[in-house]
Design a binder for this molecule. Structure first.
Ligand SMILES: Nc1ncnc2c1ncn2[C@@H]1O[C@H](COP(=O)(O)OP(=O)(O)OP(=O)(O)O)[C@@H](O)[C@H]1O
Length: 274
């Protein structure tokens, strides 16, 4: 798929608590493209998403982040969100004293009918009048996070392990909601003739714009989300660097076959590790 670059990360170095976690990450995501990041625990995947989102604990020491051609490296989270960057967290915090309904009204400019309808779809209506995320299970947290993104409608969507903690029945709900956040719910006529329900067909750039595909970057360990969201490109992150990029399905299959041992071999070959 040929498209205009929406996100461009150049040689990004990021420190957390004085320790360098990202050690020169470069990445480009085109309009309407979805990329996946794989990698072992602690390799820096969440740090990459959080740094592009502009979260306070991540300190950029070198490199730039461009969104739609604008340098957002020094912008606040609010400014980035207003420009169209949105993120679902791996472990979202509880917000004491704020009801979920109030937070959603801010996301959606107060359209209560849409809030009610989407809450019903995502099965989170009972939580609307509770404090944000208070006492929610892992799967419930993910559904609430996706609801916020559905209302916020970002142009670039970050999903940090959307399937973690989700049971098999709710995985279909999370998968469909993730596809919806990414603008990938097709009109029924577009699905005619597709086998099964996932409707995985390639679309042209023109069709992609008509369907209002959003761009996305998602982190997955299991790859389950890829049964619901067509991923255009995959990357492997090791020790704060992207060491491999290519077809996401092929990369996942290789990781399932050999773990990350092949990636470690690349790092040694390139002299990054001894
Ligand atoms: N607040 C912090 N203080 C110190 N170190 C931190 C902090 N937050 C993250 N780190 C460290 O940064 C490194 C990268 O963490 P990150 O969460 O980005 O990894 P990840 O690849 O997303 O891991 P996982 O697959 O386990 O979610 C880890 O070694 C982690 O311990």
């Amino acid at each position: 798929m040929n498209s205009t670059t929406l996100l461009e990360v150049n040689d990004l170095h990021v420190e957390v608590e004085g320790r360098e976690v990202l050690k020169g990450v470069s990445l480009k995501i085109g309009e309407g493209e979805v990329h996946a990041v794989f990698g072992p625990n602690g390799s820096g995947k969440t740090t990459l998403l959080g740094s592009v989102m502009g979260l306070g604990k991540y300190r950029v020491t070198k490199g730039t982040i461009l969104f739609g051609g604008t340098d957002i490296t020094g912008m606040s989270v609010d400014e980035r969100a207003r420009l169209g960057v949105g993120m679902s967290f791996q472990r979202p915090p509880t917000i004491n004293g704020v009801k979920l309904r109030s937070l959603l009204e801010i996301c959606d400019g107060g359209d209560s009918a849409e809030i009610e309808a989407l809450s019903e779809k995502l099965n989170v209506t009972p939580f609307l009048d509770r404090e944000v995320n208070a006492g929610l299970s892992g799967g419930e947290l993910k559904r609430v996070e996706l609801l916020q993104l559905l209302l916020q409608k970002p142009e670039l969507v970050f999903l940090d392990e959307p399937e973690s903690g989700v049971d098999l029945e709710n995985m279909a709900l999370i998968g469909r909601a993730s596809a919806s956040v990414l603008g990938r719910e097709r009109p029924m006529s577009a699905c005619d003739g597709c086998p099964g329900t996932s409707c995985r067909v390639d679309v042209s750039l023109k069709e992609m714009k008509e369907l209002r595909y959003k761009a996305g970057l998602l982190i997955t360990h299991t790859g389950h989300i890829m049964d619901y969201v067509n991923v255009d490109r995959g990357h492997v992150m090791m020790d704060g660097r992207i060491v491999c990029s290519g077809n996401a399905g092929d990369i996942l299959a290789e990781i399932r076959r050999s773990g990350y041992s092949e990636c470690f071999r690349c790092l040694v070959k390139e002299g990054v590790r001894s």
